[in-house]
Design a protein around this ligand. Sequence first.
Ligand SMILES: Nc1ncnc2c1ncn2[C@@H]1O[C@H](COP(=O)(O)OP(=O)(O)OP(=O)(O)O)[C@@H](O)[C@H]1O
Length: 362
Amino acid sequence: MSTTMVNINKNFGKFQALHHIDLTVKDGEFLAILGPSGCGKTTLLRLLAGFESPTDGTIEIDGKEAANSKKVIPPEQRNVSMVFQSFALWPHMNVREHIQFAMDYHRFVDKGWKGKSASRIEEVLQIVGLEKFEKRMPGELSGGQKQRVSLARAIAPEPKLLLMDEPLSNLDAELRMEMRHEIQKLHRLTKASILYVTHDQGEALAMADRIVVMNGGKIEQIGTPEDIYYHPETPFVATFVGKANLFEGRWKNSSFSHVDSPVVWEDDGFSKQLKDKNIYPLRPEQINLSHPSDKQLTGKIITKQFQGKEYHYSIDINGKIIVAHLPLQEQFQIGQHVAITPRKHGDGSLASEIGNPNELLV
Ligand SMILES: Nc1ncnc2c1ncn2[C@@H]1O[C@H](COP(=O)(O)OP(=O)(O)OP(=O)(O)O)[C@@H](O)[C@H]1O
């Protein structure tokens, strides 16, 4: 089942929360909506669920129009399920009853399950690892277990589209890492399309087939995790996803002249948008530090932090602070003057961004 938004605008009174959104969630894909607080992620998800109507534009589900500015097909008539940040469990129902309820009342439950919902419930309890907890009430469960109930309730009726709104943000760091694997497993097993809203770039990079980066109610870039991380098209994507330092200067053809020094750096496949803005982005792990010689861009080390397998440095370049991550064997001291040069593009490790055990140390 594919779901498409065509030129969607959403206003709340005079405030425009979404601007000209064109987006397709392909059949079976895991699509992450990534952006900072207030950028419109939840509004977009609520439009797909049927909780909000668009001000302009149309939403098509499986080729049929599900919403436009005049009519909206309500949530219960769409083959979708939702998982909420707050778990949204019912305090008077035990684990099994939550799943039973979804099987009884979801309109799109396959007729083959009629009279056999008990076996589906057993199957789902096993998938989410709650076989031994079926009689527990929500108040008797940990945060992680509550979110598993919420996932079980969502997948039991076998919806074609699963909408997840920051489902891991109420869990601690270690559990979040564990649940990323669980959600990927669920995606493989259910084959549903997943639209996953998050402000955590690590989550989006780790799990999604494609990422939609949003800012200020607009889509900045859509691409695979590798595209978004290695080839950001806008300064916002470079800084929000890759935590890139943005060096200012002037691009001429494929050469970049730095504003703070006579140094020239070469193009490494940057987007036209970044070049038009006369920006050279470097993620912290793409920076090389060395002892300075003539005609180099130099700065002074302000802070140095041990992070397990690397050191994080902040460096002052004529009043502008940049951040560099260096392997343990390349050590520098606070107060030291250093030369700053780019390491080759693509040297940075996507794996360390998305599953960095050091995250737990930060
Ligand atoms: N019902 C509403 N009435 C008025 N403004 C709203 C309403 N719902 C959302 N907004 C505004 O629309 C903008 C987008 O909100 P939305 O909840 O979609 O953002 P978000 O990216 O999901 O943020 P967060 O990550 O903090 O949940 C915000 O400025 C918000 O204040």
